[in-house]
Design a protein around this ligand. Structure first.
Ligand SMILES: [Zn+2]
Length: 661
């Protein structure tokens, strides 16, 4: 979320790069880690086709032409998590969402509409004077809808239905042509006059997206009516403005207004909403991307990622390649040139340097890797993956999910983080129960409500197994149930057990990750299969499956080094996809420092960070297993350090990047 104080904007870069050069120059994981992982999945056939003139000029015209997707996700209700760290994260979050009182979330809406409210106001970004107030109620609706779909929790659905009904009353009482918000419509007058105001459309987007989730996952018809009225208001507000004025308005953060309007167009079949969505096309941002130029330096990261998801959706609904190219190049550039080893991106919420200057970026502040960015990049990744079914998208997805999402929800309380600091000596800081409500608290309650959404995808012929997470898939249309049993990543592999009412001919595709240390292998009912597949591809098994069939997959893992592209001696250590953090103890940490702060203040709590001497290129020469699964220890250093997965470390100071000679 863009703060009131903005970053000074460095001069925009005018570099122009071809894909071949990009692939060769390596990105965040520049190292032996895997060059093939850094090849843009779309690169080969798109190389050299960047347009010479800005493709987004003048008004856009929307024509519906749905692009067929190669693969589709399963509905959330088809997949259930089984015991393991992901189920734990879901349940910590579910308990938090259940503890949130809807009447307190509704307080500012009721006050704004002139309706009585006796609830005590919330704090943080939901306090009654905050200009973003009401944003979290939108995230809350999404979380209720997604949790109901993921778990079948009827009480959560009832809380969501109640909140929709009460917000609809506020909308009716406001009587402002569909306007629904917890702040007065005058905020939009300030936006229109280009006066100082935080981000009114950002907040409206969260509420609209929450309503749409309540429609799509809970079948709530009142939410659809409320949403269409909101869309009508947004359509009218934007329709009379000149192109130049609208483009100026789009310099104020507006979340994914384009995306939610495209989604509404798809849900209702009414192109009017897509035409309204087109007005949220920020051309100054899209044009360089469509021309495959990284001019991201100086931009606020999470302001822009949701706009690209909107572009992806626009392409899916219209086939317009300009939007395809925006999404394709943006994703590639963020993942290969602007992401740390954890999959996290941003520093001080922005992209502050030239691409591939990540060490320089890391040195700029402690406020690295905003959690919203990870949430939104994962969302974007799902779109791009569905166009090509290229498993390499899931190398990024898995890395970000394991390192940036799994470990940023607090055990038991379900509190979530704002920045995942990558500064050596940092620690994790979490939101409070009811006095934070940051942007990342909002995307946090959504993230852990939909952890089932990407484990499996399908086409007409079969299932794609993308993530190694204990879970059960029920593909009722095919009469197939698939149970995945694994302790991954503690255990280097997974097992899938078929149950089916009758024999089913089906293709099963198992993702072979880029990080494999050797080739993955597979057994069927205890017998080795001839099949093998290279890292970064699918291992495909087509046969008639019968109840009780059991596939066991070995996924050999090894230690890997991820060096900074602009400073090869600044290195992170991974085991398979898991980033290992050095445990630097709890020195100086208090509860006040870990709860309620947006990020750690490392500068005022200095800590000596050891540096290492690598005995050769192979990290095994100086990093040894330390007994427990995924626990390691450096050896032969002047000060040795215990290494453990970042996602397991809480209330500790840690380092992710080390000076290695
Ligand atoms: Zn955020």
């Amino acid at each position: 979320m863009e703060k009131a104080v903005k970053h000074p904007r460095p001069p925009a870069l005018l570099t122009r790069r071809g894909f071949a050069g990009l692939a060769a120059s390596l990105g965040a994981l520049a190292s032996p880690v895997a060059a093939q992982q850094l090849t843009a999945p779309e690169a080969a056939h798109r190389e050299g086709t960047a347009p010479e003139t800005p493709p987004f000029q003048g008004g856009l015209s929307f024509t519906r032409k749905v692009v067929p997707l190669k693969v589709r996700p399963f509905a959330l209700g088809k997949v259930r998590l089984l015991p393991g760290p992901f189920l734990e994260a879901q349940e910590w979050n579910r308990a938090y969402v259940r503890r949130l009182p809807p009447d307190r979330l509704l307080h500012n809406f009721r006050v704004n509409a002139g309706l009585p409210s006796s609830a005590s106001p919330l704090g943080g970004w939901e306090e009654p004077k905050c200009e973003l107030r009401g944003h979290f109620a939108g995230h809350y609706l999404s979380a209720c809808a997604l949790l109901y779909a993921s778990t079948g929790d009827k009480e959560i659905k009832a809380a969501g239905d109640y909140t929709v009904a009460e917000m609809a009353k506020c909308q009716a009482k406001l009587g402002a042509g569909g306007y629904l918000s917890a702040f007065p419509v005058e905020f939009f007058d300030r936006l229109d006059a280009r006066q100082r105001v935080w981000a009114p459309f950002y907040t409206i987007h969260k509420i609209m997206a929450g309503m749409l989730d309540m429609v799509q996952h809970c079948g709530n018809k009142q939410a659809l009516e409320t949403l269409q009225q909101m869309a009508q208001w947004a359509d009218r507000w934007t329709s009379g403005k000149t192109e130049e004025h609208l483009q100026s308005i789009l310099n104020t953060e507006y979340g994914g207004m384009n995306e939610v309007l495209y989604n509404l167009a798809a849900a209702t079949g009414d192109v009017k909403w897509a035409q309204a969505g087109d007005r949220f096309t920020k051309k100054r941002f899209f044009n360089p991307l469509a021309m495959r130029r990284d001019e991201l330096r100086g931009l606020h990261a999470n302001t822009h990622i949701p706009q690209v998801t909107g572009a992806a959706r626009r392409y899916e609904l219209s086939g317009d390649m300009r939007f395809h190219d925006v999404a394709d190049f943006f994703w590639y550039e963020i993942v290969t040139a602007r992401s740390y080893a954890t999959g996290g991106t941003s520093n001080g919420e922005g992209w502050l340097t030239q691409p591939r200057h990540l060490a320089e970026e890391l040195g700029r502040s402690e406020a690295t890797a905003e959690c919203c960015c990870a949430y939104n990049m994962l969302k974007l990744t799902r779109h791009l993956y569905s166009w090509t079914a290229d498993p390499r998208y899931f190398d990024y997805y898995e890395r970000t999910l394991l390192n940036h999402r799994l470990g940023t929800i607090h055990p038991e309380t379900g509190a979530t983080m704002y920045y995942l600091s990558h500064t050596p000596g940092a620690w994790k800081t979490f939101s409070t129960e009811d006095q934070s409500f940051w942007c990342c608290t909002g995307t946090g309650v959504e993230e852990y409500s939909k952890l089932t959404d990407s484990i499996y995808f399908h086409d007409d012929d079969g299932v794609f197994v993308n993530l190694f997470i204990p879970s059960e898939l029920d593909w009722a249309e095919k009469g197939l149930r698939l149970r995945q049993e694994t302790k991954f990543p503690e255990q280097p592999g997974t097992a899938l057990v078929v149950s089916a009412d009758r024999p089913i001919p089906l293709t099963l595709r198992l993702r072979m990750p880029e990080w494999l240390d050797g080739r993955g292998s597979v057994t069927l009912n205890g017998k080795p299969l001839e099949a093998s597949a290279a890292p970064g591809s699918y291992l495909t098994i087509t046969r008639t499956w019968a109840a009780g069939d059991r596939i066991e997959v070995a996924l050999p893992m090894g230690l890997r080094i991820a060096a900074m592209p602009d400073d090869p001696r600044l290195q992170a250590v991974l085991y398979g996809p898991v980033v290992l953090a050095g445990d630097l103890g709890s020195q100086g940490l208090t509860k006040e420092m870990t709860i309620g702060s947006e990020g750690p203040d490392v500068e005022h709590l200095p800590l000596e960070i050891p540096s290492f001497k690598a005995a050769g290129a192979d990290p095994k020469n100086w990093i040894q297993p330390a007994g427990e699964p995924l626990a390691f220890r450096t050896t032969g250093q002047s000060r040795d350090v215990a290494l453990a997965p970042l996602n397991r470390l809480f209330d500790k100071r840690y380092a992710l990047y080390w000076r290695v000679s």
